[in-house]
Design a protein around this ligand. Structure first.
Ligand code: 13P
Length: 230
């Protein structure tokens, strides 16, 4: 199966760093791993990728040209972007609602961009229903199109703590079940404190791929993860 590795660089890096990223990633050319790099918007035009794909970290919820500070789908496509993260918990923490997430998903899908929709509960022990509701709402404005989810429990992001394999698998099957009720067959990634040390455990889960944060900035460790995917 085609596994995915998505690197979310968040607000990190500079031109020099991204030219190093290109050197590392352009060396990897594996048929059964799809690599998707999501740098900050301003670095997108400099990402000349041979065997990886480009993703944005966010997208405007509308195509209204009176949206100061926003980036629309046609702008992203002009620079070769095929994917976009939507609803990352760090955006939700700044007030992004499920309704806005649904609008962003619609904007992406209607312009042939693949949304990677981030969902996940706030606190360890929170009910999985929270995730089901996020999935349902995120899909409420679209009826077809390729869609990817990323299960990213907020408490696992940047904390070094992770759910068990059983918990990850339960969340993945719940997301797939809820999405299929609204007619979508989706892939589900896992994200949250994935690193070079715990990767061999994470690969044992049912995830269709991995959404990496911090480790994407540590290029040796990132390269070792790419190697382990082979
Ligand atoms: P960390 O891998 O740093 O926990 O971040 C995960 C994440 O937020 C990816 O989107």
């Amino acid at each position: 199966m085609h596994k995915m590795v998505v690197a979310n660089y968040k607000m990190n890096g500079d031109r020099k760093f991204y030219s190093r990223v290109l050197k590392v990633v352009n060396k990897y050319n594996k048929k059964d791993t799809k690599i998707i790099l999501c740098p900050p918007f301003v670095y997108i035009p400099f990402m000349k990728l041979k065997s990886a794909n480009l993703g944005a970290q966010d997208i405007s919820s509308t195509v209204n040209n009176k949206s100061t500070g926003q980036i629309g789908p046609s702008m992203l496509k002009e620079f070769g972007v095929k994917y976009t993260l939507v609803g990352h918990s760090e955006r939700r923490a700044e007030g992004e609602t499920d309704e806005t997430v649904a609008m962003k998903v619609k904007t992406a899908v209607s312009h042939d961009l693949v949304p990677i929709i981030c969902v996940g509960e706030e606190k360890k022990g929170d009910k999985i229903d929270i995730v089901s509701t996020q999935v349902e709402k995120a899909l409420s404005l679209v009826d077809k199109g390729e869609i990817i989810f990323a299960y990213e429990p907020v408490w696992a992001i940047g904390s070094g703590i992770q759910p068990t394999t059983k918990q990850i698998n339960k969340a993945i099957s719940t997301i797939k079940k809820v999405a299929s009720k609204s007619g979508h067959e989706v892939k589900v990634l896992y994200g949250g404190s994935v690193n070079g040390n715990n990767f061999s455990e994470i690969v044992k889960t049912d995830a269709d791929g991995y959404l990496l944060g911090g480790v994407s900035n540590r290029l040796d460790e990132f390269a070792s993860i790419l190697k382990e995917m082979q």
